[in-house]
Design a protein. Structure first.
Length: 366
């Protein structure tokens, strides 16, 4: 289950540079608007020290990490909701992602042109938010019109839908994203097929210069972004696209030394992925055997049969029970047999809620 995050932002904020660095996929990057037209997609292995440790314990034939998919989407300008600057393509691509990574320029560089002629992160954020809101308003208005016709045709169930859509429309008119509107599970189902852009969770990537990467919190632009994000309960990850590009060229000890020289404990990519997992409410569980040690991604609240279904639909359909041991218990025991002897290997049924870090083996019969 590779989750998909769309990297968005105004032209020349560092989107494609960041994308190149974290995926090493070679998306075109240049100092002019719209160098990214079709979305470039890159799949990133999710770094997880627990997977490395399990590999040491089990010594399998192969190790398979879970993955995160990043999509580099065309730069946006004012009027995108009306088709300006490839806006229609941009908006269509955003509808397909699970979350939005909004790259915001927080560095000064006279050699890199800003589309508005000056660095102003809040103005940049508001430009994109406005276009997404305008696009959502158009979608909501069309649905309201259709639902009202259905009411006139005698189908009263659409009255509830119109009430919900009017509530969402009011929020959008007040420049509030749909994600800020409190919705019940049933209400989310009603609007699910609208694929509203401002309903998607957002993570702000504050792109700073190489010199400021270790002290990004003292950057006044970053603080502005943090204050704005706090107002909508969003998260901010300071990152230097330029530094990430350099890190991407290094491996092993060289990478560790470079990070240490910069005063960083981990790369921006690691922090970005961890933040995205928190944003989307994701957990990782593991399967561990001689043939393969593997990480699997699930959403928080997934029950054991659903987790089994991530591996194969037959596992979910014929689920009997799961053998489960917590990662920390397994490491402390030193082996699966050791965990079993300690009474830490449990049998769980269909109602078990899988926890982050569970090491599982599924019993099923089809």
């Amino acid at each position: 289950m590779a989750l998909k995050a769309g990297i968005v932002g105004l032209p020349n904020v560092g989107k494609s540079t960041l994308f190149n660095a974290i995926t090493q996929a070679g998306a075109e990057s240049a100092n002019y608007p719209f160098c990214t037209i079709d979305p470039n997609v890159g799949v990133v292995e999710v770094p997880d020290e627990r997977l490395d440790k399990l590999t040491e314990l089990v010594q399998p034939n192969k190790t398979v990490p879970t993955a995160f998919e990043f999509v580099d989407i065309a730069g946006l300008v004012r009027g995108a909701s009306k088709g300006e600057g490839l806006g229609n393509k941009f908006l269509a691509h955003i509808r397909e992602v699970d979350a939005i990574v909004h790259v915001v320029r927080c560095f000064e560089d006279e050699n890199v042109t800003h589309v508005d002629g000056k660095v102003n992160p809040i103005s940049d954020i508001q430009t994109i938010n406005l276009e997404l809101i305008l696009a959502d308003l158009e979608s909501v208005d069309k649905r309201i019109e259709r639902s009202r016709k259905n009411i006139k045709g005698g189908d009263k169930k659409y009255a509830q839908e119109v009430e919900l859509l009017e509530r969402i429309k009011e929020a959008l008119y007040n420049d509030k994203p749909v994600r800020s509107v409190e919705l019940t599970d049933d209400e989310r189902l009603i609007i699910r097929d609208l694929h509203l852009l401002t309903q998607k969770p957002v993570l702000y990537a504050a792109n700073v210069s190489e010199e400021e990467v270790a002290s990004a919190d003292s950057n006044p632009y970053v603080q502005q972004v943090r204050d704005f994000a706090a107002s909508e309960n969003a998260e901010v990850v300071p990152i230097s696209a330029k530094v990430e590009a350099e890190i991407a060229e290094l491996e092993g000890e060289d990478k560790a030394m470079f990070l240490e020289e910069l005063g960083l404990e981990e790369s921006g990519l690691n922090r970005l992925i961890k933040a995205a997992y928190r944003l989307l409410g994701l957990y990782t569980y593991f399967t561990a055997g001689v043939q393969e040690v593997r990480a699997w991604t699930i959403r928080k609240g997934t029950k054991a049969p659903g987790a089994a279904g991530v591996i194969h639909t037959d596992f979910e359909r014929g689920f009997i029970r799961a053998e489960v041991v917590a990662y920390n218990d397994l490491v402390a025991a030193g082996s699966m047999n050791g965990a079993k002897e300690r009474g830490q290997l449990r049998l769980e049924g269909k109602e078990y809620l899988v926890q982050d870090g569970d090491v599982m083996h599924f019993r099923f019969n089809v």
